[in-house]
Write a protein that binds this ligand. Sequence first.
Ligand code: COI
Length: 356
Amino acid sequence: MTETLNLDVTLVAESRIHQLDPNNIAFGTIFTDHMLVADCINGEWQTPKILPYGDISYNPALATLHYGQSIFEGMKAFKNDKDEVLMFRPLENFKRFNISAERMCMAQVPEEIFIGGLEELLRIDAAWVPKGEDNSLYLRPFMFASDVYLGVRPSQNYRFMIIMSPAGKYYSTPPKVKVETEFIRAAPGGVGYAKCAGNYAASLYPAKLAQEQGYTQLLWTDALEHKYFEESGTMNVMFVKDGKLVTPNTSTTILKGITRDTLIQLAKSMGIEVEERRVSVEEIIAGIQSGSVTEVFGAGTAVVVSPFAAIGFEGSDYVLPTITDESYSTRLKNALNDIRTGKVADTFGWVWNIHA
Ligand code: COI
């Protein structure tokens, strides 16, 4: 637990929990009863507030609407069989949030507001953490520039918020992904490693073109040569080749995924050899054709572990073998789920019990 946080709390008169059907949750569509709001005014963090979830209103000259100083995190909470709420590696998200903030020239958020705020919000809205396979409470801390000013400069005021949304499976069927060789997601020296809103905005147009061609998502390649894999849509990408788990090494153009890091550590603990290195498109396409590449999957908080059905490259689709119980993606996903729902002992120190 973090230091006790001084908070102003206003609770809802009546919960909306009856709106939640744990057997049918569409990602990002339903929100818990409360949200956290904390303002940083001229470098001073004000007492955070927990308020009933609801609309916020802003001046049309709000800096973030014009110049995009806006960052976020994606995290998840689960319930163990004693109905205690568990967060997964929250300090990693906290650190990455402030790395994104630094790159976007925004205020640093103190740990007691980020982690302490999450804990308090989870205590209040604990009933919203759904149980059941593939279910979780998705946590979305975010921050935006709140100056009312049209000049281009770092904002002097920021608003940090946390909202929470029950989540089920992100993809209902294995995605078919297209290798992108025209548009880019990030270039060296850019903001690819930051979880900033603009990275997602810039991905929408190329993703839309791919969707019009029948693909679910994109597999980004490097900006300079379009030869090496970077990441995919909203997730990192992993390959199984010759029995090894292979994934692009992170750089300034790739988001340092916490699920990615977790799967690497889990794979090593299972005796699976892991290679973090440049992975070329040519190597993977040839490997799918020869049978040496047996799995390609995405790894991310929202998608967890998401095996791809096929990869599209230069007009051809390369279909991947069907996933089995023995596939690395299945074994890694099960191991991850068992730890974060408290089914097996956490020997890594990843699980954060908010009641402890
Ligand atoms: C996450 O996995 O938490 C993400 O940030 C993806 C999100 C954009 C849906």
